[in-house]
Design a protein around this ligand. Sequence first.
Ligand code: HAM
Length: 425
Amino acid sequence: MIRSIKGIKDILPSHSPKWQTLESRAHELARRFGFMEIRIPIFEQTELFSRSIGGATDIVEKEMYTFPDRDGTSLTLRPEGTAGVVRAFLEHSLANQFASRKLYYIGPMFRHERPQAGRFRQFQQFGVEAFGTEDPLMDVEIITLLWQYFSLLGLQDLTLHINSIGTLNDRHEYLGHLRDFLLPHLDKLCGNCRRRIDTNPLRILDCKVPHCRSLTDKAPALIDHLSPPSASHFREVLQNLALLKIPYTIDHRLVRGLDYYSMTTFEVTSPALGAQNTIGAGGRYDGLVEMLGGPPTPAVGFAIGLDRVSLVLPENAISPPSPLVFVAGFGEAGQEAGVKLLQEIRNAGITADTDYRASTLKNLLRSADRLSASITIILGDTETKKGTAILRDMVTKKQEEIPISKVIQTLTYWINPPSPSQQNS
Ligand code: HAM
């Protein structure tokens, strides 16, 4: 038997209500904040990702699914959404086409990581990107949207980690201090960090190896080396988060694993997850649009890992399925009337089903139970002859025989009974 690929999973029908909830809430909230949906391709030219994310990052060095097209062009399955959104933003001159310049996307991303709980090779992200303003209030809006999404879903005990990695110049200045601090301890760092001292020294701060961590505990902090404008930007972000009552923790180690970031960076973690506990992350990337050939355009965004959110989603956040009406038509005339009625009920916008394999009332009722139907319509030859149908409430077992012409009206009433105030008026 052919099986699915390691680290790549099916979302089975029992889990789809959860995913439908995650996705519908994302659409709802992003639109409420004035973001418009963009659907970008699953694969792009490799260069887009290597240039945007950075050649010395884990993603580009070892996690991308890259393959040659038939003409030899190198293509890559998107490991994240920001690069593709920026490419589309430039290619279609979206900056001139609509005023808000705020985009969102939901879709699968691909990274060849070592699979473990909460880490997959195909995973789903909900991401947002806002272009064209360097105002710290836009950072705050993005973080607010991220925070509200989790609140809306009822996620508890989350921590918002925040940092500023400043501008390229700020980092250049800071890296001198960091290297001076690290060089005397070079032989005590792990192999990865020793390599990073030349390729990507900032990442040494977020190494998970315990002795690297304790060594960098006393490393100089980037926020103490920010230029006055960067420091004031960060201060304003924090002040406005406080104003909106969004709690945060400043985290000096938060440098992010993608090279395009500048200024504000943030991550949200959940204590209910193991090692892979970051459920969403993002930040500013003021230089990326220009780096990909566009005009200087500040930007800020985030991406949420929906697979991880699905692991901590409380049961009561999942939207219940709409009640199901089961049509049990049996006997020659009853079955025919049932086929017609099933179509009418569905046309009226009510969820309805039947079981074509069952031909006796007993088997039909068993199928109705198996499908957890709320109401069953019993329609035998006797009822058909009289022009009636029997409505059976599958919970209370209460039954009512009514004219077939009144079925839709009665079903609507049973499914959505008017509230007492509506009845009195
Ligand atoms: P990222 O931190 O690489 O950022 O990914 C964002 C989120 O995607 C993570 O916090 C995590 O929840 C989820 N994620 C990442 N890798 C995996 C995986 N292998 N399995 C399951 N979930 C995963 C970005 O992708 C940036 N594009 C975010 C951004 C948007 N920054 C600015 N705009």
